[in-house]
Design a protein. Structure first.
Length: 401
């Protein structure tokens, strides 16, 4: 491995392992490969030379971590929260994407960009292959994935919810959404639109196989935004594609009973999982009102860890200040998108910027019922996307002066 590419390949391995590799069980304790690689490789940076990089994304993330630490000690000193090693483990885990961002600063962003695009291209094939094998249980593939990634089976009314390379179908759906966003941006930006359209439809089918209602709604939002943007330049195409994708989705939902029955019971107010979530959200909001500014910290020895809605979990744990800083960090792609409109970027750079932009809208929807910021698998890929997008926009801005 060439010395000058060691750090770049390390970053790519960390991101790929976070999405596709299972954890390793050691004495009933699961250790993720990406966790090990990030924390073990971080000291290597002290032996490398690097000029200081002006990264707003990194500064925002640093502010987030400072805020989370402050909330934790505020809970201990002012609210009587019992000190727990689990809280510090949580803070360390939440700091992992920041460490990756720092490592990325030592990298050639062009090298990372090209290989990130390849990751999305080849990853699309892997995702569809895994989905097909798992959904139809070819050669007992479900059991293989269950042993590697999760001990649970997700069956509903005889229908199976695929896990892919995750511990539950909702995380699997979020991973699929990343690849859908790549194909969506390729459809918008490429001259040849047939291939990305076809691949996007295949991935949409995979998304339906996960039967994640929240991520399906997230897809509807980001796809609608994409077609709205395309409407300005290719009106007829955007309308035709919107109708085709909408008809495809509505036509197939009825064959996935977890989705169809879930939407029906939600509309009638009788959805059991949502009723439980409402109760969890109400409890989180009540605790948030007791400490609205700084929150309680993780407080794992005192509060329930499962809230089934990250917006409410973050508000309870870190208050309005911590929550606002996290949303500001996650929303970095919006400002990068509008800045990119004022500079010249090549097509690959535009794709990365577009993905960073569309992602935030899917993320905000996802966080209503699931975790993203504190997810084991979803955050590292996003910070890589943000870091490359920020670098490319800033570089193009400097060249245009």
């Amino acid at each position: 491995m060439p010395k000058e590419r060691f750090v770049e390949k390390l970053v790519l391995l960390i991101v790929v392992s976070s999405v596709f590799f299972p954890g390793v069980m050691i004495n009933d304790f699961s250790i993720r490969i990406d966790d090990f690689l990030v924390f073990v490789s971080f000291p290597i940076l002290f032996f490398l030379k690097k000029s200081v990089s002006n990264s707003k994304v990194s500064i925002r993330f640093l502010l987030v971590i400072v805020s989370l630490i402050f909330s934790t000690f505020f809970g201990y000193m002012m609210l009587g929260v019992p000190v727990s090693i689990r809280d510090f483990n949580e803070l360390i885990r939440l700091s992992k994407p920041l460490l990756l961002l720092i490592i990325i600063h030592y990298c050639d962003k062009d090298f990372l960009k090209v290989h990130l695009i390849k990751f999305f291209q080849f990853g699309t094939i892997v995702i569809f292959a895994f989905a097909f094998l798992e959904f139809f249980n070819v050669l007992g593939f479900r059991k293989v994935l269950s042993l590697l990634y999760s001990n649970e089976r997700y069956l509903f009314d005889g229908n199976y919810r695929i896990l892919l390379t995750s511990a539950n179908p909702n995380v699997a759906a979020a991973i699929v959404l990343y690849f859908i966003l790549y194909q969506l941006t390729s459809f918008i930006l490429n001259r040849n639109k047939m291939i990305p359209f076809f691949l996007m439809m295949l991935l949409l089918l995979v998304l339906l196989m996960t039967s994640s209602r929240t991520i399906l709604l997230a897809f509807v939002l980001v796809f609608g935004l994409g077609m709205l943007g395309l409407l300005k330049t290719q009106k007829l195409l955007s309308i035709v594609v919107f109708v085709l994708v909408g008809g495809f989705t509505v036509g197939l939902v009825q064959y996935f009973s977890y989705l169809s029955i879930g939407f029906e019971t939600f509309a009638s107010g009788n959805n059991g999982s949502m009723l439980i979530r409402y109760q969890n959200w109400e409890e989180a909001i009540l605790l948030f009102k007791e400490s609205p500014v700084f929150g309680w910290g993780p407080a794992k020895a005192m509060h329930e860890t499962v809230v089934d809605g990250e917006h409410f979990l973050l508000l309870r744990r870190f208050g309005i200040i911590g929550y606002s800083l996290i949303i500001l960090l996650l929303s970095s792609g919006i400002s990068l998108f509008f800045k990119s409109k004022k500079v010249l970027l090549d097509t690959l750079d535009q794709k990365i910027v577009y993905i960073s932009f569309y992602s935030i809208f899917g993320i905000l929807v996802l966080m209503v019922t699931n975790n993203f910021f504190s997810s084991y698998q979803l955050m590292l890929l996003y910070v890589l996307i943000l870091s490359i997008a920020e670098h490319k926009v800033n570089l193009a801005k400097r060249k245009s002066v």
